[in-house]
Design a protein around this ligand. Structure first.
Ligand code: F1P
Length: 325
């Protein structure tokens, strides 16, 4: 049963529309530290921050701002040369990120870090910094910091005059998020046994993050795939009492495929054909849709008797002993 006092996680989730607007307003103060048009950029992070890195990399490259790759900080390919490495780390203490920034400095590659906490080692490890302390969280499980980073980066692409086709402004996304923080979640979804999250392009990172959130906060059985990969095997998991959740435009035929195997489909955007005819009333920006998945994670955690503020097996950041001062 949900407790009378809402969890810190729930409270922080509800502040996302305001955080995204504040991030967009703060852009002029941060723009000089962010990747320039044409730069070849690697975006890195761990966990949630890695998934935000993936979403941004897709948005940036498909918006025509330059080649952009995303890596888990621990998997950065040593031989690659980039014009800039952009690191995302809420805590500013994650060992793999700090190690990578150290190696980049030694190799003379410019680095920028986006963090929530200015009193941490990342402040000296990176060449340029973006501090989004207003979006920091008490919650161990990341929600608003991650989406606020993406809102800032999205606002930056928007300010440079090119978001990929079909991607809305941050102002519109924030408006959608107002709905996402308050609209009721369907009982059928809250009671499901398994969840497969799908995305395509920049929304694939959101699907990965939704899956991680549900595992971290609720210990839920989740999977995440690129939307077109789903029919190449993963659909075998779907069935009655199981959910398939699409972030962004629904590929043709997917609705029928999920129905055929008896699964429950969650999709808050139009199909790809409908996209060509403009947005449909009721569509939700995919980043706002992630807010719904965060809320679902809290709902399921509480239903299972877990405290979303004290996730199992998790700490605010992973600091590996003996690896970094
Ligand atoms: C990254 C991170 C979190 C994860 C966990 C451990 O933290 O992997 O995404 O939920 O709490 O740390 P950070 O580098 O963004 O602080």
């Amino acid at each position: 049963m949900p407790s009378a006092t809402p969890s810190r996680t729930s409270v922080e989730i509800a502040t996302q529309p305001a955080c995204w607007r504040q991030a967009a307003r703060s852009l002029p103060a941060h723009a000089a530290a962010l990747p320039r048009r044409g730069e070849r950029v690697a975006v890195v992070g761990c966990g949630t921050s890695w998934f935000m890195a993936q979403s941004y990399a897709e948005l940036r490259e498909s918006g025509g701002h330059g080649e952009t790759d995303a890596f888990a900080a621990s998997e950065f390919p040593a031989g690659r040369r980039y014009d800039r490495i952009l690191a995302i780390t809420r805590s500013g203490t994650t060992t793999e990120v700090l190690d990578l920034l150290g190696r980049a400095r030694a190799a003379g590659v410019p680095t920028t870090a986006i963090t929530a906490d200015p009193a941490t080692p990342v402040m000296t490890a990176a060449d340029a910094l973006v501090v989004l302390d207003f979006a920091d969280e008490e919650s161990v499980v990341q929600t608003r910091f991650a989406t606020t980073v993406l809102a800032l980066l999205r606002a930056h692409l928007e300010a440079e005059g090119a978001l990929p086709p079909g991607v809305r402004s941050v102002a519109e996304a924030a408006q959608d998020a107002e709905r996402a923080v308050s609209e009721e979640l369907a009982a059928e979804v809250c009671g499901a046994e398994q969840f497969t999250f799908l995305g395509s392009g920049w929304t694939y990172g959101l699907a990965l993050e939704a899956g991680l959130k549900m595992r971290e906060a609720a210990g839920a059985w989740t999977e995440a795939y690129p939307a077109m990969e789903y029919r190449h095997g993963p659909i075998s998991i779907t069935g009655p009492g199981r959910v398939t959740w699409m972030f962004g435009s629904l590929p043709q035929g997917l609705e029928d495929d999920v129905a055929r195997v008896g699964g429950t489909l969650v999709a808050h955007s139009q199909t790809q054909t409908q996209t060509q005819h403009g947005a449909r009333a009721g569509d939700l920006d995919p980043l706002a849709d992630l807010v719904r998945a965060q809320r679902l994670a809290v709902t399921i955690a509480e239903a299972r008797g877990y405290d979303p503020d004290r996730p199992r097996n998790l700490t605010r950041s992973v600091v590996l002993e003996g690896r970094h001062a």
